[in-house]
Every structure is written in C-alpha cells, then in structure tokens.
Design a protein around this ligand. Structure first.
Ligand SMILES: [Zn+2]
Length: 449
C-alpha cells in the first residue's frame, strides 16, 4: 500500500497516480461507521459507495485531488440511508479543511488568480472562501476603540477613509469611502465611541459633521501637517506661475531647485541657502511667497491658541496683492476651520502618528492593483504579525480576610494567602490596539503582504 502521502491520519490511501501537474490520490475513511447518524442504532448495513473528488493543499508543486471512496449505509431501525461523514473535509465545499484555511490566509497576501492556479480551483471559489475567512476573523478580532482617533484619507484605487489610534500608531478600520453616511454608520456602531476624547482629521467637512453628530464630547483637532501642506502648495503655485516667463534652461533650474525652496529655511545647507537666495533676489514675487511660506510655518511655533491666532493675523496682513491669489485657499481654510486648527495648540496630539501614516501613504500604491476593496481592507486589518497588543493584568484587589482561626499556632489567614488558587481569579485580558503602521509599512515594502 502506498505510504500516506496525504498526512491525513483518518484516511487510508489506496492508490496514487501522478503526472507533471497533479497528484490523483484514492483514499477511504479508516474507522468504519458503527451507528446510525439519525437514531444511533448500531444495526446498520452497507448500502453502496460513491466516489467524491475532494481538493487538497498543493503538494511538491502539484495540484492534489483526493478521490474518497465514501460508504453509504442503511439503518435497519429507522430505515434511513446516509453517507459516512468525512473527517478533515469541509462540510460545505468539496475541499479539505486545511485547504480552506490555507486559501483564506494566502488570499490576504496574494492575488486570487495565483491561488486558484496553484490549487487548481476557480477564482470564484477562492473569493468565496476568502469572504468566509474574513467574516470569521471579523468575529474573533476586536480592536480597542481609540481614545485619540485619527480620521484620514488613504488612496487605494480611490480615496478611502482610514481610522487610526493616534496614541498607539495603529490602524483600526478602513472605510470604502469618505462620505458622511459611511462615517456616521461606522462611528455610531463603534463600541465605546462615547469615550473618544480627541479626533484629529484633515479639513474634510463630512468627517467633522459626522464626528460632531455622533460624538459631541470630542475635541476635533486639525493636524498641523494638513495646514502646512497648503502653505507649501501656495508657494508652489507662485513658483509654477514663473515657468511661462523663463527660458527652458532657467525653467529646468527652477524645477531642479524646487526641493530647496520647499525645505525649511533653518534646514538648508550653506550651498542650498546660496542657491535659494539667487532665486529669491532675481524673482521678487517668488521671494515674497517664500517668505510668507516660512512665516506661516512659524505660526506653529506658538505655544498657545491665542498666540497662534495673533501670529496668523499678522501674517495675513503681510500677504500682499501680488501673491494673495496663490495663498487664498490657505487663508480660506484657516477661516473655515479656525477653532479646530487652533485646538491643535492646546492638544498637539498627532506628532509621531502623522509621520508614521505619511510613510505608509507614500508606499500604498504598491498594494492597490488587482484587488477588491474587501481584499485590500483585509490585507491591512488582518495582516498576521502586525498587531500591537498589550496584556492587561487584572486590577490589584485586596485579598478578602478569611476568618482567623488559630491552628497549631499559625493563622489560617496567612496560609490562605499562600494558596495559588486564591490569587489570580481573573484572567489576563489581551488588548489589541490594531495594526501597527510602521510594521505594516515594512511588510508592504518587503512584499510580505
Ligand atoms: Zn437509524
């Protein structure tokens, strides 16, 4: 008899055929059925057989099909007929349970097409197994609701909403879009949303409206990064407006030195500072725009909201007519979002988080192609090995005093305190804060997901 190449202990392998691509393995259940599945009577007799083709894990680079010779029985007591149950085989699909589990896990990392090809099933089956697998994970994995929440945009084929835990630098949810209804539905269904204290976001009205509607206790903070980005964009507008009036050589120079102009003044090397001063003195409007960009950044050196507001007012007065158009979006955004922008100066909650998230956003397009949103979401939220967890020991509680009875001169109370059963009555609780953004970034960069 061929050795059990299947490594499925409940089966006898009776025959193995192979060609360049496939193994065809004949097998039968080892332990015969002894009682009726319906009435438990042991008076059952054989009633024929049938061959069932069951797919299994690929082996040695070949696809594997198991032809299970399944026995049929008839019960003398209740007259019902039935097939013997097949151990280790999925109840709903003609596949081994281990194949189902493997496909589910693989589908988080690879395209459905490549898995379908490796196993020898169709892509539709892979998708359906993947859905079931994700539904199971959803039931078992619970992320801690962030006290400090980030709501940002992430580009996965289209703009999506990403919900983050700012204190832990983790992602806890991806939403298919950035509509108010989507955010509303998510936030109101979120367990513990009443305990959220801060939400940091970019200047996107549906986010703000949804947060204020569902979580009125929250302080909304506009992250510094989003505001400063607009100052850079304003400067870029002025720089680009020069292109028309330049010779091709000058234009290339202006493009080439762009990064010098977008750098903060105090970060420039001597050589860069020289380059910059050349541009700024030859092109006065560019010089003015650069100065305004730098001064706008300095608003964020303020240590209170009042100081920031005063700095903004002074800055606003310095924006002269020549460059006002280029800076109008920034000024308008400040006016529309002023209380939320100023809240940052009381609660600068986002420091490490923003940098982390931007690192992820920069490489995100490596992930987007060839996947549905559900698959992308699962890749991110259920990536094995990227969770940030913490074991919480039960709260210290004073031991209850046992009645004090003296035996042999010892106190029973003392002996009771030594007994291990008396100590940890509550189990440790594991808190899952979500997917660590830096780990996820590394995994995407190295192609692990
Ligand atoms: Zn029966």
């Amino acid at each position: 008899m061929p050795t059990n190449i299947l490594n499925l202990p409940a089966y006898h392998v009776t025959h193995v055929d192979q060609n360049d691509h496939d193994y065809h393995v004949k097998a039968e259940v080892k332990a015969p059925l002894t009682a009726c599945l319906h009435c438990r009577s042991d008076s059952i007799v054989g009633f024929g057989r049938r061959e069932q083709l069951v797919r299994d894990l690929p082996s040695h680079g070949k696809r594997v099909g198991i032809y299970v010779d399944t026995r049929r029985f008839r019960c003398r007591a209740c007259s019902k007929t039935f097939y013997e149950p097949l151990p280790a085989i999925d109840a709903r699909r003609p596949m081994t349970s281990r194949l189902i589990e493997w496909v589910g896990k693989q589908a988080i990392k690879r395209t459905f097409a490549s898995i379908a090809d490796e196993v020898g099933i169709d892509e539709k089956s892979v998708r359906s197994i993947f859905r079931d697998y994700i539904n199971e994970l959803e039931k078992t994995i619970r992320f801690e609701t962030p006290k400090w929440m980030g709501i940002d945009e992430i580009h996965l084929v289209r703009p999506r909403g990403v919900i983050a835990n700012i204190q832990n630098n983790t992602i806890v949810e991806l939403l298919p879009n950035r509509n108010k209804e989507t955010i509303l539905r998510y936030l109101s269904g979120l367990e513990g949303h009443q305990q959220v204290q801060y939400v940091a976001m970019d200047m996107w009205v549906p986010y703000r409206d949804a947060v204020e509607e569902v979580m009125p206790q929250v302080r909304i903070v506009i992250d510094k990064f989003h505001v400063l980005k607009m100052a850079n964009e304003a400067f870029e507008r002025v720089r680009k407006s020069y292109r028309e009036s330049l010779t091709p050589k000058q234009r290339r120079g202006l493009m080439h030195d762009r990064f010098v102009m977008l750098k903060r003044e105090h970060d420039l090397t001597d050589q860069e500072a020289l380059k910059l001063s050349g541009w700024l003195s030859n092109y006065p409007e560019l010089g003015l725009a650069y100065r305004l960009k730098e001064d706008f950044f300095k608003i964020y050196d303020a240590s209170t909201p009042e100081e920031a507001l005063a700095r903004f007012a002074a800055w606003d007065r310095a924006v002269t007519a020549e460059v006002r158009d280029a800076f109008s979006d920034l000024i308008q955004a400040w006016r529309n979002w002023q209380p939320y922008i100023l809240a940052y100066f009381d609660h600068p909650v986002t420091n490490a988080y923003t940098e982390c998230l931007n690192g992820l956003l920069r490489i995100m397009d490596r992930l987007g192609r060839g996947y549905s949103f559900e698959a992308l979401r699962a890749k991110i939220l259920f990536a094995e090995g990227a969770y940030k967890k913490q074991l919480i020991r039960p709260k210290f509680t004073r031991q209850r005093k046992e009645p004090e009875v003296a035996i042999y001169g010892f106190q029973v109370e003392y002996m009771a305190s030594l007994s291990p059963t008396n100590q940890h009555k509550d189990a440790d609780r594991e808190i899952n804060f979500g997917v660590d953004i830096s780990t996820l970034t590394r995994m995407i960069e190295s192609g692990d997901i």
